[in-house]
Every structure is written in C-alpha cells, then in structure tokens.
Design a protein around this ligand. Sequence first.
Ligand SMILES: [Zn+2]
Length: 253
Amino acid sequence: MILGVDIGGTNIDVVLYDGKFVHIATYPTQSTITRLNDVLKELVDEYKVDAVGIGFAGWIRENKILKAPNVNFKPDFDLNVPYKLDNDANCFALYASHHFKLSNVLGITIGTGIGSGIIVDGKVYRGMGLAGEIGHWFVGGDDVCTCGGKGHLECYFGGWSFKKRGLNAIELVESGEVYELEDFEKLCICVANAITLLDPEAVVFGGRIGGSLDEKILRERLYRHLMPEFRPKIKTLKDPLAVAKGACLMVMK
Ligand SMILES: [Zn+2]
C-alpha cells in the first residue's frame, strides 16, 4: 500500500494506491502543515502503508527542500516507512505520462506559480535535482520574482502574478481574455523553446490554471513558434489529484 501526498499552498491531498487510486483525505494546509508529520504517521499505521510519496512545490535535491518560492513553509518529515519527497511538477508529469501511456512527456503545471516536469523514457529527468524550473526562465524586464530573480516567466503568467495585478486568473481563462494577453505569448514562447530542447511526445498542461486552458488554442499558439518537424501532442489534464497520484508512482519507481 502506497500513500501519495500533495502539499499545496491551500490544501493537502492524500491518496492511497493499491492497484488503483483512492482519495482518502484533504486537509487545509495552513492548519495542518505544522502537524503534518503526525497526521501522515497516523495514516501510515491506519492503512498499513509501505511507503509514502510526497509532492511539494519547492526546489528539491536528494529529499531536501532547497527553496520554496511560492510556499511560506518547509515541512520536515520523519516517518516510520521509506518516503520520497519530490517536486510537485515532477509528480504531475509522471502521472500524466502514466495516464496518457506516453514515455516522453513535458508536464507544465500552472497554479500559483509555473512548474515543469520532464519524463524521458518513462523516468523523471532531474539533472542535479532542479531540472525543469521553466517558471524561472528569463523572459525580460525587471519585475521581481518570488524566487528573488528578475524578469522570470512567473512574473508574467500564473496565479501570483495575476493576483498581484488585480486580475482573476480563472475568470481570464473562462472568458478567453487570457489568450489575448502578451503574457500568454511569453508562456507559449517558453514552452515552444522547451519543446525544441526535448522533442517530447506530448506536452501536458495541469494545475488550477494550466489544466483549464483550451487545448486547441494552446496547440495552435505553440505550433506557431515551432518548426513543422516538431509536432508533439498538446494536452490538458484537469485532475486535482494528479500530483498526489504521481507522488505514489514516484515512490514505486
Ligand atoms: Zn523566479
């Protein structure tokens, strides 16, 4: 039995995996995060869990959180079973690869910030740990990013950037106005560049904002920046439990 946990800025989702995924709990992050280790220990005992996978929106190297630009806490774990802590976008990409049965996938998560996970031949590509931080690609300008850098993609697209400018991301997506923004063009240029770097079978968008984008528009706008030889499938995956499910798969690898 595997436990998969997605620690988001608002909620913590927990799923169990034993051949199939079962959603067992959702906790509010703020009131749970300081006692999360005890909560997980209780679940481990209750469900006789063998290992725990944890997805977290942070820069993680060897089970250690180096930085978490969009979350104001860094949880510590001391569980009685083996566990793996991984970047939430890596977990998302792994689940997307499993879900669509594709082994070369670029997963892009757009929620509060922008993350990406790279699946090469069915495995997560991490580089030295931090590979895939597409949200922190330099796209120009002096706007200060949550990571401390300037002019990063996240300064223009994603939850915190829209909120800072008094814009409602979901409303922009639902009305279609988002596609008219120069900021959307910046996102497409970055993703198109990543496609030429990786030549994936598919690019899968997820997260609260990314999963709600229109596949057809994304495809058309991304292809505009690509040589015709590059034609990956462009998909969205709107599953709020994708990271928790991917965290289960991660710990089984
Ligand atoms: Zn940044």
